[in-house]
Ligand binder design. Structure first.
Ligand code: TEU
Ligand code: CA
Length: 587
């Protein structure tokens, strides 16, 4: 059987439009800004562009709260601007993927306005309404104890004064969950897909698509975090009873009639059988999912997100191995990503983002991703090695509703407790989604060239833009130390991945020296050739014995001086420098 698919080989680039490029001087990125950078993306080696939501939205959650699925928010431009973007992308051989957010709508969507207008509204049943419960003291309580995802301390249910019922709002009160049990809702969703596919878009990233089917008894969640009244309820809403039925329905009714790429964002799911049901070669559901294993690596297991967990290279290796085997042994497919708009910057999270080591860390992560199996997703600025916001920034610089809620929660729980509040600041600087949302650093001009010098960006530009920006990295692809700029390294990495796709996209995978605590190394091979990737995931010099059983013909890439690649031994013991990354062609 031919298992080759264009969407497996594609390099996808994620755009977070508000922070990408502003062309009309309002400090907010826009669709014409994306069109303007198409040549930049093409040159980098991008095949598919996924744009985070640009639909009409009150922006309670930066567009993940949609008020009209078939129109563009004026802050981003117009439908005609999107038509132009699609046309210009297509003419360069690139495709556009839209973000489909249909687990919930905005509370300002016409459907919800109608639904909340009265209990007898024909749209009442489009959302999830429940009467209150009463505790022993006669106080009104939500129908169950589920916590809100973007406001850990709050209930997932929002009280509606007018009709005296609660509605389910897993993320924020501004994002009421749709009732997928209702066939009219599902067919309205199908219409949205058709609308965009007919306009020329090539597929969808489906926001939290595994949360659409809820256990209909809506039971209380077990107590996982005893200090909190409301608890993580994912057991009852992630990968629920009818998920597969509804994904198959989308495929049958809509996707099967087009040539698309589909990726389902799927938090909480770990079970391999469950994943294979969705992305297995025989499955009629989705092409691939975003699994959260790698980006959840620093969360205390079972606890909320804003916790700090001390992980190590072995944890990372276990995850990589598991996800690679899932594709190869079980004939599934997956995505590769370490960044997106919900995650801190990868160079800060997995490596060392100090001035001394940042470039090495960013290139190590690039070498890892460009040599693993899976459809590769690069997040804007990742190709420049952009890093988290500086520790000196105060909480007022954080714009994300989730960060704001978290800061509020700490201030309520621990008022004036300097120790706790400085812990909260530290957690924000490490985990907040804002870390990935600062404007893209294009140049060393004021506001990093994201907007004109006289306008004010909606979010503060990272202080480091004078040294870290696209213009500088493109002007000097190779330093006098013989190292490539992060941008040049990515460009070559993507090129190399494509020209050896039988190995890097379709080839086999095997960990080398699986028990080493600091080095992650693996072999990838096709019937014609084999490569070995060696990554020192530590800031220490190491002597690595893992090469004992291999013979390297030639070292082809590395994140130190590439003029010295020859100096590395071709077998036996390998001396690795801090954060060193090497790619070798095997004998
Ligand atoms: O995210 C869903 C999700 O569960 C997480 O990525 C979540 O944002 C994170 O764990 C919180 O720290 C998607 C979108 O990517 C995100 O931007 C939206 O806020 C969310 O859905 C609701 O639409
Ligand atoms: Ca703008």
């Amino acid at each position: 059987v031919d298992n080759h698919r264009w969407w497996k080989e594609a390099a996808v680039y994620q755009i977070y439009p508000a922070s990408f490029l502003d062309t009309n001087e309002d400090g907010w990125g826009d669709v014409p800004g994306i069109t303007k950078k198409l040549d930049y993306l093409k040159d980098l080696g991008v095949d598919v562009i996924w744009v985070s939501p640009i639909y009409k939205s009150p922006q309670a959650d930066m567009g993940y709260d949609i008020a009209d699925y078939e129109d563009i928010d004026p802050s981003y431009g117009t439908l005609e601007d999107v038509d132009t973007l699609i046309k210009e992308a297509n003419s360069r051989g690139m495709k556009l993927v839209m973000d489909l957010v249909v687990n919930h709508t905005s509370n300002e969507h016409a459907w919800f306005l109608d639904s909340r207008s009265s209990k007898s509204s024909p749209k009442r049943d489009w959302y999830i309404w429940k009467p209150p419960k009463y505790d022993a003291d006669g106080n009104r309580q939500p129908p169950n104890n589920w916590a809100q995802i973007l406001g850990e301390a709050n209930s997932a249910w929002t009280w509606d004064e007018a009709t005296q019922e609660y509605y389910l709002s897993l993320f924020t009160p501004e994002q009421p969950d749709l009732n997928w049990e209702n066939p009219a809702v599902r067919s309205a969703v199908h219409d949205i897909l058709r609308f965009w596919l007919d306009r020329g878009c090539s597929g969808f990233r489906m926001d939290v698509i595994n949360l659409i089917s809820k256990v209909q008894e809506f039971p209380d969640a077990p107590i996982a975090v005893p200090t909190h009244k409301y608890q993580p309820g994912d057991k009852f809403y992630a990968n629920g009873p009818r998920l597969h039925e509804w994904l198959k329905e989308i495929r049958r009714e809509v996707l099967s009639k087009y040539d698309t790429i589909t990726v389902g964002e799927m938090p909480f799911v770990r079970d391999e059988d469950e994943i294979i049901r969705i992305v297995g070669a025989e499955s009629e559901e989705l092409n691939m999912i975003f699994a959260f294993d790698l980006v959840d690596i620093d969360n205390v297991p079972g606890d909320f997100k804003f916790t700090l967990y001390d992980w190590n290279a072995r944890d990372l290796k276990r995850i990589v191995n598991r996800l690679q085997r899932l594709m190869i042994e079980r004939n599934g497919w997956n995505s590769l990503f370490v960044e997106n708009h919900d995650q801190p910057r990868s160079v800060s999270r997995y490596t060392d983002d100090s001035d001394e080591w940042r470039e090495y860390g960013a290139k190590l992560l690039c070498l890892m991703q460009t040599t693993l199996a899976g459809t590769l997703y690069v997040y804007q600025g990742e190709e420049l090695g952009m890093r988290n916001v500086p520790a000196s920034w105060g909480p007022e610089e954080y714009k994300d509703i989730e960060s704001i809620n978290f800061w509020k929660k700490y201030n309520k729980l621990y008022p004036n407790n300097q120790e706790k509040l400085s812990l909260a600041r530290k957690i924000l600087q490490k985990k907040a989604r804002d870390n990935a949302r600062t404007p893209v650093q294009w140049t060393s001009a004021p506001h990093a060239g994201f907007t004109s010098p006289n306008s004010t960006p909606w979010m503060r530009v990272n202080d480091d833009y004078k040294t870290i920006n696209a213009e500088a990295q493109i002007a000097n692809p190779q330093s006098t130390q013989g190292t490539l700029s992060v941008h040049a390294f990515w460009k070559r990495g993507l090129e190399n991945r494509k020209s050896h796709k039988d190995v890097f996209v379709y080839g086999d995978f095997e960990l080398i020296d699986a028990n080493d605590e600091k080095v992650i190394a693996y072999r990838r091979w096709s019937k014609d050739e084999a490569f070995i990737t060696v990554l020192n995931l530590s800031g220490e010099k190491l002597s690595w014995e893992g090469l004992a059983d291999f013979k390297v013909r030639r070292w082809v890439a590395g994140n130190y001086d590439e003029r010295d690649l020859d100096q590395h031994p071709k077998s036996g013991k390998l001396e690795l420098r801090p954060w060193e990354a090497l790619l070798g062609l095997c004998e």
